[in-house]
Design a protein around this ligand. Structure first.
Ligand SMILES: *[C@@H]1O[C@H](CO)[C@@H](O)[C@H](O)[C@H]1NC(C)=O
Ligand SMILES: *[C@@H]1O[C@H](CO)[C@@H](O)[C@H](O)[C@H]1NC(C)=O
Ligand SMILES: *[C@@H]1O[C@H](CO)[C@@H](O)[C@H](O)[C@H]1NC(C)=O
Length: 380
């Protein structure tokens, strides 16, 4: 039985959590066979957490969400026009609904049914990343929130069932882009610290990430996907401050990212040796997948891999449309499915679809040691 489905048909999902709890107890919940996921990361997978923060990093106004069907095209806090990569992967693996944002009210009980999304725009692996955006949830804090949810699960269904439940769930982490962006961006006078050497910086990222991965493992995660950092040297924001002509990426930024991804891959190999085969850590090679899209965008059906669909090609790249007036609407491209970039930082849903598909079903160049579909289907 697929528990999610049953709860959906009962129309329970949106009820207050005490009622969900009552039903959970009365049905003697066995861990769900449905796809459940716990989503950690930054704006690439934020599903609305930043809407509940005081922050400059928000996607709560149109045209964000314009192609997101469940909301009827209204913004949901997702930093793209439609679904995120995490949304698409969940749907492909049979999730009946998206994991709710942790900070949304009354979502705690839903963790047993749908998993949870802790991702937060502007956040990074390091606590201080994104500080000029003010509010954001750093990765370590996201794991703290998961720990709270886990305590709730143990109270609701006991330690053993919680373990069983978590063993089958997919834990995905999509973080690191903002750490790198903060590092390569020109520093702000007065606020800028002296930068540490690139190697030192990358090692900080890796060692801080290692702590969070080990914590998640200790808390019961067994199927983990760690998505590497994509080719940020090619995003409109970086190309603008590096003053690069169209069609050119920053080789310097991309080289740093490739070094990070190499270190990340080594780390995951090591964790697989230490903790396998009970636990699997999958490396999602978003760099390879996204670079392939940019290099061959016409083959993938795109017409523009340079400019953002929303917010124009020049700083300050504001993608915003006032809800009630026709004025102050920012430029929006005519056909969103023909653009790789939605805004100056984020891919369109069309690009997310291709990335998600590669991570799900691709070969070792996209996802290693196994792809996400295999990771989910494996039940040893
Ligand atoms: C939980 O699992 C352990 C070990 O598998 C077992 O000894 C214990 O009796 C179980 N507890 C419950 C409440 O089922
Ligand atoms: C985490 O990163 C910080 C720099 O932000 C560094 O000082 C610290 O040593 C790192 N932690 C570990 C365990 O490496
Ligand atoms: C927006 O523009 C359309 C025509 O271009 C007009 O019909 C409509 O009343 C305008 N809306 C507002 C709120 O001004």
């Amino acid at each position: 039985m697929c528990f999610n489905e049953k709860m959906d048909t009962l129309g329970i999902i949106s009820k207050p959590f005490s009622l969900v709890l009552l039903i959970v107890f009365s049905l003697h919940v066995v861990p769900s066979l449905c796809f459940t996921s716990f989503v950690f990361g930054d704006s690439l997978v934020d599903a609305g957490n930043n809407d509940y923060l005081f922050t400059l990093s928000k996607a709560d106004s149109p045209p964000y969400g314009i192609d997101f069907k469940p909301s009827g095209g209204q913004p949901t806090g997702r930093f793209t026009n439609g679904r995120t990569i995490a949304d698409i992967i969940g749907q492909a693996l049979g999730a009946k609904s998206f994991p709710p944002p942790y900070l949304a009210p009354n979502t705690q009980a839903e963790v047993i049914l749908r998993g949870m999304n802790y991702a937060s725009g502007a956040s990074g692996i390091m606590d201080e990343t994104g500080f000029f955006f003010i509010g954001r949830i750093p990765l370590g804090e996201q794991v703290n929130y998961f720990e709270q949810n886990r305590n709730f699960m143990v109270n609701a269904m006991g330690e053993n069932r919680t373990k069983e439940f978590l063993k089958k769930a997919i834990f995905s982490l999509t973080s690191g882009s903002n750490d790198i962006l903060n590092y390569v961006q020109p520093s702000i006078p007065f606020l800028g610290h002296d930068k540490v050497f690139p190697t030192t910086f990358l090692d900080f990222m890796i060692s801080n990430l290692t702590i969070q991965l080990k914590r998640l493992h200790e808390l019961g995660a067994r199927k983990l996907v760690v998505v590497g950092v994509g080719p940020l040297g090619c995003i409109p924001f970086v190309r603008a401050f590096k003053l690069l002509p169209s069609g050119k990426c920053s080789g310097e930024v991309n080289a740093l990212i490739q070094r990070y991804n190499e270190k990340l891959k080594e780390l995951l190999n090591r964790l697989n040796q230490e903790m396998g085969p009970e636990a699997i850590f999958v490396f999602g090679n978003s760099y390879h997948v996204f670079m392939n899209i940019i290099a061959n965008y016409r083959q993938f059906g795109f017409e523009n891999a340079d400019e953002p669909c929303c917010g124009g090609y020049f700083p300050p790249f504001i993608c915003f449309k006032s809800r009630d007036a026709n004025t102050s609407a920012s430029a929006l491209c005519e056909d969103r499915s023909k653009y790789v970039f939605w805004d100056a930082y984020h891919p369109t849903e069309a690009a997310n679809l291709i990335i998600a598909k590669q991570l799900l079903y691709g070969d070792e160049s996209s996802s290693s040691p196994i792809n996400i579909h295999k990771l989910y289907s494996d039940n040893s």
